[in-house]
Design a protein around this ligand. Structure first.
Ligand code: ASP
Length: 325
């Protein structure tokens, strides 16, 4: 694996290998007083976030630190980005400083792919020399997509798959509902692709205004009736309503959204007893999910966060040290 840009680049064997590595790293750290593996000593991981983040940025930093990598965080507001520097120049600057991996979040869909292209080709056509220099050292910078606009969020899908595997004992043949603002959700797209690759049956439940055009070609079924789907689900993933990406009215009011697509306590009772409740966070309690449902024993929200660290360790491990035998 050279970069991690999209879950579409992973086949079932590669995705399963990442999840297995994540499990092994979790086991390796279990019960240790000092959570430090030497695996990535001397390697440098830079996170470059142009959008807000709590879970993703911090868990990449912890993941790097627990494997002894040097981690550096760059945020748009505290860097030369606020002076008008382009994404390309910023990324090539970080790469030439010796970043083995740049973890990037950016509001533009496709930005991580562009970055990977620039890092791979810089220097080859008489441009900046850094690509050549890094080719000489033999350690080209790996790019990880930590969320590009409404497009993809591969490590979120991997940590969700890890959580579902833990809670359900497997993913193949399970029915997973993904509910809410699919239109603006990179989490939904990455999850549909990855869960389908791993053999799950996925159903998207959303109002027609919050579904993207072309959703018919996604490997899933689409429904507008949440109550009708609930009794047959093994897991339900509630999505955040991405108001920062909405320009216009996609539903009449927050209250109406909650009534039709929120996971209330009454509605959660329609789920089978074994069903798992997920949310990628940040949760808008009371709108997307009732507080009592988010905190119930079958909710896996904090388990998702915990798995996020191990999955991101696995991704860094596969990219920077090679997949284990
Ligand atoms: N944290 C996830 C993301 O960055 C989900 C969300 O923000 O709604 O896409």
């Amino acid at each position: 694996m050279r970069h991690l840009l999209s879950v579409a680049d992973l086949d079932a064997a590669e995705a399963t290998a990442l999840l297995d590595t994540s499990d092994r790293l979790r086991e390796a750290l279990l019960g240790r007083e000092v959570r430090k593996l030497p695996t990535l000593r001397g390697r440098t991981v830079i996170t470059m976030f142009y959008e807000n983040s709590t879970r993703t940025r911090v868990s990449f930093e912890i993941a790097g630190k627990w494997m002894s990598a040097d981690t550096v965080n760059v945020s748009a507001s505290g860097s030369s980005v606020s002076k008008g520097e382009s994404l390309r120049d910023t990324a090539l600057t970080l790469s030439s400083m010796g970043a083995d991996c740049v973890v990037v979040r950016h509001p533009a869909s496709g930005s991580a792919h562009r970055l990977a292209h620039w890092v791979d080709t810089a220097g080859s056509t008489g441009g900046p020399r850094i690509g050549t220099d890094r080719a000489v050292t033999g350690t080209p910078t790996a790019i990880v997509n930590a969320g590009d606009g409404t497009h993809e969020h591969p490590t979120q899908a991997l940590l969700d798959a890890a959580t579902l595997r833990d809670r359900l004992g497997g993913i193949a043949g399970r029915r997973i509902g993904i509910v809410g603002d699919v239109l603006h959700s990179r989490v939904a797209r990455s999850n549909v692709l990855l869960l389908a690759t791993l053999g799950a049956e996925v159903v998207l439940v959303a109002p027609p205004t919050l579904l993207p055009t072309g959703v018919e070609s996604w490997p899933c079924r689409v429904s507008h009736e949440l109550d009708a789907e609930l009794p047959a689900l093994d897991a339900i993933m509630m999505l955040r309503v991405q108001s920062e990406r909405m320009h216009g009215g996609f539903f009449p009011s927050a209250r109406e959204y909650a009534v039709r697509f929120g996971l209330s306590e009454d509605r959660a009772r329609l789920l089978p007893d074994h069903a798992v409740v997920l949310h990628p966070g940040p949760m808008i309690r009371g709108m997307e999910i009732a507080p009592a449902v988010a905190d119930a024993p079958n909710a896996a929200v904090l388990a998702q966060v915990r798995n996020g660290v191990h999955v991101r360790m696995a991704v860094l491990y596969h990219l920077l040290a090679g997949a284990p035998e």
